[in-house]
Design a binder for this molecule. Structure first.
Ligand code: GLU
Length: 448
């Protein structure tokens, strides 16, 4: 099996493209086949080197590797010219100056159902000659057999008058030359497939290849949670944005795999190895899939909790660009869903308290300050300053004051972080250490 991922580098790699890359990768790894990376950079204006680098970067972040390439489509133009010349020579293509107006006039004459056929001319764009009889049948693993009657198909333009080839031609020749056996791509390409198959057929007829037609699998559309076509307003739209939002690549792979594919049972948490083991084209759905960032976030939380402490620390340090996060990472692990959740949760422990006036008003009133003063005494006298000693000291305070736990913990939390948000209170105090804890409490008490 040989598959390919063939992005056009006209911008960032979006979620749909990332899913296509992932499905091809899973298929290749499941079958022990090869994945070819082809960069379709024929749109010279929009295909910048930066965009190419962006796509490679996104694939690397997703940890999707490839076995051949990247092949740049523009570097294959000599081969495209050779193939084009062979089709012209063999009578499978012809030059024509027919304009859109001419096509319209043709249809008025022959009926709108009749595919356009032009006259061969000395100059002009190149059109592929669609046979008059028969039909092209696309064997789609996801959608079944789809029959396109030739009589209804216009002769498609495959090269401009200046000789530059168009998408459907380049793709077909490149897939043939790379000996691609399975074309897995988005549903937006369904209508291109019969044209590409006709190019392949013509290429075979003139002896450019003896390869068989690839098998096709068109992946279902992606919708947002509201059932509308996926777009920017549904949240993170590109792989770069997912990375910036603090998602883990393994969680993103897991989530993307479920967009239009299912393991056949209700499994939602599937490691990459399990995905590779279980992935088959037969279980791809025809129905639109829903990208729902809330679910991705939940799944990411599951993956974060599964990391061992050293690995979580490494990821957080890389994400935040900070060092020495081990202790803070350990006590935050249960409470964060993304790497981006970490600093808002634990940042005040590391960098000093913030200031949330509403939290101060709510919890450092007279009663709160009295509880805080008691807690300070107990913490100052605790025999040790590990989690258990802190807990014991504070339990004593709660008991003596006949208070609810939060009437002691919340004033403390506001004193040490400036807000009501932090990892567990005992762990947080232990991380600060006795000296810093008392210093912060004193500063809060001194504040009028
Ligand atoms: N370059 C095309 C795109 O990015 C995909 C071509 C293909 O997969 O056949 O939409």
């Amino acid at each position: 099996m040989r598959v390919r991922f063939a992005p056009s580098p006209t911008g960032a790699l979006h979620i749909g493209g990332a899913r296509t890359a992932l499905f091809n990768w899973l298929l290749a790894r499941h079958e022990g086949g090869e994945l070819v990376l082809r960069i379709e950079d024929t749109d010279r204006e929009r295909s910048t080197p930066e965009n190419v680098e962006q796509i490679l970067d996104a694939l690397r972040w997703l940890e999707l590797d490839w076995d051949e390439g990247p092949i740049l489509q523009t570097e294959r133009s000599a081969r495209h010219q050779e193939a084009l010349a062979a089709l012209l020579e063999g009578g499978h293509a012809y030059r024509s100056q027919a304009t859109a107006e001419d096509v319209k006039a043709y249809k008025e004459l022959h009926g709108s159902e009749r595919g356009f056929r032009g006259e061969a001319e000395a100059e002009g764009a190149v059109r592929l000659r669609v046979p008059d009889e028969g039909a092209t049948v696309v064997q789609d693993v996801v959608r079944g057999a789809n029959r396109f009657e030739h009589v209804h198909m216009d002769d498609p333009v495959i090269a401009r008058a200046d000789g530059s080839v168009l998408y459907n031609f380049a793709v077909a020749i490149d897939d043939l030359d790379s000996a691609i056996t399975h074309v897995v791509r988005g549903e937006d390409h369904v209508s291109n497939t019969p044209k590409q198959l006709l190019v392949i057929e013509a290429a075979r007829a003139v002896g450019l290849t003896d390869a068989a037609d690839p098998l096709y699998a068109h992946l279902p559309l992606l919708h947002g949670p509201d059932g509308k076509k996926l777009s920017k307003r549904h949240g993170a739209a590109s792989v770069q944005e997912l990375r910036d939002a603090g998602y883990l690549p393994e969680a993103v792979r897991n989530y993307l795999a479920l967009l239009g594919w299912g393991a056949g049972d209700d499994s939602t948490v599937l490691s990459t190895q399990e995905l590779v083991d279980r992935f088959t084209l037969e279980r791809i759905s025809r129905n639109p899939a829903r990208f729902d960032e809330t679910k991705l976030k939940w799944l990411n939380g599951v993956y974060i909790r599964e990391l061992d402490e050293a690995e979580l620390t490494r990821r957080l340090e890389q994400y935040t660009g900070r060092a020495d996060l081990a202790e803070a990472a350990r006590i935050s692990q249960e409470k964060i869903h993304t790497l981006a959740d970490f600093m808002p949760l634990a940042g005040a422990l590391l960098d000093g308290p913030g200031d949330d006036p509403a939290a101060r008003e709510r919890w450092l009133d007279e009663d709160g300050r009295a509880a805080l003063a008691d807690a300070r005494e107990a913490l100052a006298q605790a025999p040790d300053f590990d989690q258990a000693s802190i807990e014991a000291a504070l339990s004593g305070v709660i008991e003596r004051r006949a208070a609810k736990p939060r009437q002691v913990y919340q004033p403390l939390r506001v004193a040490i972080t400036g807000t009501t948000i932090s990892p567990g209170i005992f762990e947080s105090l232990a991380l600060l250490g006795r000296e810093e804890t008392l210093r912060r409490i004193d500063a809060a008490l001194a504040r009028s």
